[in-house]
Design a protein around this ligand. Structure first.
Ligand SMILES: [Zn+2]
Length: 70
C-alpha cells in the first residue's frame, strides 16, 4: 500500500504529510471530503492513504445535490 497514492484512482494524492510537509498545508485541510466518497475507500485503506483532490472534485460533480455541510 502506497500512502502517496489515492485509494480510489491510484494516482498521486499530493498529500502534504506523505511529502514530509506540514499536514496543515495539505489541500485536504481546505476541502471537505464528502462522506459518500470516504465510504468508497476500502476498509483497510481508511486513514492510511489520502483520497486525492481530483476524486473529491469528480465526486462533487457527480453528486451536485449533496450538501457540503450535513
Ligand atoms: Zn483519486
Amino acid at each position: 500500500m502506497e500512502k502517496g497514492k489515492c485509494p480510489i484512482c491510484h494516482q498521486d494524492n499530493h498529500c502534504a504529510m506523505v511529502a514530509g510537509k506540514d499536514p496543515l498545508s495539505c489541500w485536504c485541510m481546505t476541502r471537505k471530503i464528502p462522506e459518500g466518497l470516504a465510504d468508497m475507500v476500502p476498509e483497510a485503506q481508511r486513514n492510511q492513504s489520502c483520497i486525492c483532490e481530483a476524486c473529491v472534485i469528480k465526486y462533487n460533480l457527480e453528486h451536485p445535490n449533496q450538501k457540503e455541510d450535513s
